[in-house]
Design a protein around this ligand. Structure first.
Ligand code: TXA
Ligand code: MG
Length: 343
């Protein structure tokens, strides 16, 4: 299949471009598009055949459910069954935005999209291109991140093409995404809210509104709560070792673990503050400044993919203290890591 790449204005998407993409969605095809988190691979969430194409293109295990994207609060009633007024009030506060919430699924949503579950994950993205595409197609759009299963999520159209060129009919290229990691996923249907996946909204920002997060309810524990979280994720090709501790200790540990710095192929995912402390024989890639955690988050997947292009044979990554938004960075780094060691 030939993949058509269309440039689209991320602020005022051209109606012509959007209507071409929307037509594909209406015809039961897939389209990759930017959101404010990462690029998604979308299809009509109410069409089994269309949803199946997402799983095929990504090589995604069929027991890992998708997020359904809507463009207005009214759409919620199409995809969720009797959402409670309390939950609607809460999501209205965050939507459009990088927050995904679990609801009881409506009949309209394909069981393939929810992987057979009676619940559905719903999000209203903030990106103008995503919103325009959902509106123009008139469909709720099921969309996981637009990467091959197990690979880092794409934060640009180039990343989507690295993984899915020839496997999807269209990619809308709206430039780099803003947050660079996937949405925060929560379940607030029970007595205590459950954080299924940390994301761009720190949990400390949510708890004043919904209460402290509890442990996953016991009936859910038998199954993984966010089925996707059990799979290897976000991984670059070379094995990654995550080193925890304080910056100075981390640098010493990484230099020690790497051994002879002249042997080549040693990648280090460092920070602006530590970059110059590594031998220049290392392939050094900085995530950004430790003082700008959102910037580090935004660069993470791009940096992991860069190591693939630079062809390193091993990667060492610096850990950061797990507080605030760095909880999200560390969640993704831990999932990308083959090994976690202390310095
Ligand atoms: O930012 C994002 O969320 C991006 C953009 C495209 O919106 N999408 C994304 O989708 O990251 P995906 O498929 O890569 O991750 C969806 C996560 C998975 O961990 C999945 O298991 C979980 O949401 N999930 C989906 N439906 C669920 C459900 N009914 N109950 C619990 N977890 C669910
Ligand atoms: Mg994903």
């Amino acid at each position: 299949m030939k993949t058509i790449v269309l440039k689209v204005d991320p602020i005022s998407p051209e109606p012509k471009v959007i209507s071409r993409a929307a037509r594909l969605i209406m015809e039961g095809e897939t389209v990759a598009f930017p959101t404010e988190t990462v690029y998604g691979l979308g299809a009509d969430a109410t069409n089994d055949g269309a949803v199946k194409k997402i799983f095929e293109a990504k090589g995604r295990p069929p027991d890992n459910p998708l997020i359904v994207h809507i463009s207005s609060i009214d759409d919620l009633n199409r995809v969720a069954c009797n959402p409670s007024p309390r939950v609607v009030e809460f999501v209205s506060y965050y939507w459009p935005g990088p927050l995904t919430v679990i609801f009881r699924k409506s009949e309209a949503v394909s069981y393939l999209a929810t992987a057979g579950l009676d619940t559905v994950a719903v999000r209203m993205p903030a990106h103008p291109v995503a919103l325009a595409l959902i509106r123009a197609s008139g469909k709720p759009i099921a969309a996981p991140s637009a990467n091959l299963s197990g690979r880092p999520s794409p934060t640009s159209a180039e990343h989507v093409l690295e993984d899915l060129d020839g496997k999807v009919p269209m990619v809308l290229d709206g430039g780099e995404t803003h947050f660079g990691v996937e949405s925060t996923v929560i379940d607030i249907s029970g007595d205590r809210p459950v954080l299924l996946r940390p994301g761009p909204i720190p949990s400390a920002e949510l708890t004043p509104l919904i209460g402290e997060f509890g442990e996953p309810a016991s009936f859910l524990k038998e199954k993984p709560v966010a089925p996707g979280m059990k799979y290897t994720h976000y991984a670059p090709r070379a094995p990654l070792t995550l080193v925890m501790g304080k910056p100075n200790g981390i640098v010493d540990k990484i230099v020690h673990l790497a051994g002879n710095p002249n042997r080549g192929g040693i990648g280090v995912l460092c920070t602006d503050e530590t970059f110059s402390r590594y031998p220049d024989t290392f392939v050094r890639v900085s995530l950004g400044s430790r003082f700008a955690p959102y910037g580090m988050l935004r660069n993470l997947y791009k940096c992991l993919r860069l190591f693939d292009k630079l062809g390193v044979s091993e990667i060492y990554a610096e850990g950061v203290d797990e507080v605030g938004i760095n909880i999200t960075l560390m969640n993704r780094l831990r999932k990308a890591a083959r090994k976690v060691v202390d310095s």
